[in-house]
Design a protein around this ligand. Structure first.
Ligand code: ZN
Length: 481
């Protein structure tokens, strides 16, 4: 942001957890004259895999005639810890017939006094390298309607919105083998209490204004839409998901921009497709609270698919955010691109196929392992995640469970099959298993006597940065009258 800058070289020091280390200097002769300059650098491919690598990059440059150097970043007050990456020798855990991506992600289209992201093409590049099949660019409604060069003013022509949709379509068309971008929006809507909550809205060619918590209109925090009005005005082949339902809102955000959480009552709204229960690491207490409110909604008979996303704001390695505007920043090891993912049962990354699978609730959320569950009726009919099985009371059914992990994320230490019963409004584990295996297949037989659902959870130790968890959307069970 201090151009013109003359780049001279980048020196990269790296060290792997097996003790290997090295230093590479990449010479540069480049002038930077614009915002959002970015440059992919490739480390020599001689490092033994798998390995956890610490990377310490130093940029040498000339600014106003003076030689300067910056290690990691030039943000005042942050410790210059090395960047972390895992060099895998196998792909992310996958299941045949399922694809995987990050459904809550900000790019540089999110740009205002306190928030930021990385350019769309770099985000896509990072996601492709990581092995993600798709990412949804859920940039804020109150940023997408700004002028491309001035985030303090709204643009009635919506040039930034229109250009970004064209750019994403082109990137998808030009590299169909790479990670597919789902053009999306994080819309600020009013909840039941009239406060602001966030709705992840995928693949709608229509823009929805939501300026309640954009801090662009001082003391006017009322958003244009509520859930019902978005759902009644949305286009076909779009999906709407409650963003991080019970992740705690900082006190200042509550006070100044009237931001709130999704209550159980909010989640029961008609037409909502799902809830992003997992947002970053499952170690967060806010994940447990979100999981609890999702289960409460399931027990009320609400068919909500589960979603997982990172809510990364350009965090490819480390999370950085404004703590107090104009005063300080902070950083943490959470909300990293692709850290929490959604897997969807689709054979292709064609937009229509992905939206169709989401509409059918064929989803699961994960930070590591993958799994699947199907239900076989006495007739032999097989019912999948997201569907409803119609049974006679007393039917013996079979639940076919599978799970899978990789050395990066560790063995399947706990597999739990949950049954939710509408009548008693209770959920319990009806079968569980633990192992040191990386793959599991089991059949569990049980008798159906009441309406409700079955769902699967799997835990692994995870990598050295966060634990592994998988949660499936349920298979619902209804009784013949
Ligand atoms: Zn967000």
């Amino acid at each position: 942001n201090r151009w013109p800058v003359e780049l001279k070289s980048v020196t990269i020091n790296w060290e792997s957890d097996s003790g290997e280390s090295g230093q590479t200097t990449i010479p540069l002769t480049q002038m930077v004259n614009q915002l959002w300059f970015h440059l992919p650098l490739v480390l020599p491919d001689k490092i033994q895999r798998p390995a956890q690598i610490s990377i310490l990059p130093t940029l040498n440059f000339i600014l106003r005639g003076k030689a300067k150097r910056v290690t990691v970043d030039n943000y005042f007050g942050l410790t210059k810890k090395p960047l972390q990456t895992f060099l895998a020798n196998e792909s992310l855990p996958t299941q045949p017939g399922w694809i995987c991506g990050d459904v809550h992600l900000h790019t540089h289209l999110t740009s205002d006094q306190v928030e930021f992201g990385a350019p769309v093409e770099m985000t896509r590049h990072g996601a492709t390298v990581m092995g993600l099949d798709f990412v949804a660019t859920t940039d804020h409604s109150y940023d997408l309607d700004d002028y491309p060069t001035n985030y303090l003013k709204n643009d009635p022509a919506l040039e930034k919105w229109h250009e970004s949709r064209v750019q994403m379509r082109k990137l998808n068309q030009n590299q169909p083998e790479g990670c597919q971008l789902i053009p999306s929006e994080e819309i600020t809507i009013r909840n039941h209490g009239g406060h602001n909550v966030h709705l992840l809205h995928y693949n709608d060619p229509k823009f929805f204004p939501g300026s309640g918590d954009g801090a662009e209109r001082w003391l006017n925090t009322e958003s244009e839409h509520d859930l019902a009005s978005v759902l009644s005005e949305r286009s076909t082949s779009t999906i709407s998901v409650a963003a991080h339902p019970q992740y705690r809102v900082p006190f200042l955000h509550k006070l100044l921009i009237d931001r709130d959480e999704w209550s159980l009552e909010d989640l029961l709204g008609d037409g909502l497709n799902g809830a992003q229960v997992l947002s970053g690491t499952p170690e967060s207490a806010d994940f447990s609270r979100s999981r609890a409110v999702w289960i409460a909604a399931l027990l009320k008979g609400k068919k909500l698919a589960i979603y997982g996303g990172s809510d990364a704001h350009g965090n490819f390695n480390v999370f950085r955010q404004v703590k107090m505007p104009m005063i300080n920043l902070f950083q943490m090891d959470d909300q990293i691109l692709g850290q929490a993912r959604t897997i969807i049962a689709s054979n292709s990354t064609q937009m229509m196929d992905m939206m169709d699978a989401m509409a059918k609730r064929r989803t699961a959320a994960t930070t590591a392992p993958v799994g699947d569950i199907t239900l076989t009726l006495p007739t032999g009919e097989v019912v999948e995640i997201g569907d409803e099985a119609i049974c006679n009371s007393g039917d013996n059914i079979t639940l076919n469970i599978s799970g899978k992990s990789t050395t990066e994320f560790g063995p399947l230490i706990k597999i739990e099959l949950y049954q939710g019963v509408f009548e008693s409004q209770r959920e319990e584990v009806i079968w569980e298993s633990g192992s040191n295996k990386f793959e599991l297949q089991e059949s569990v037989r049980t008798e159906v006597t009441s309406a409700g659902y079955f769902r699967l959870e799997i835990k692994t130790p995870g990598n050295n940065r966060w634990p592994g968890i998988y949660l499936s959307t349920p298979i619902w069970v209804n009784l013949k009258p």
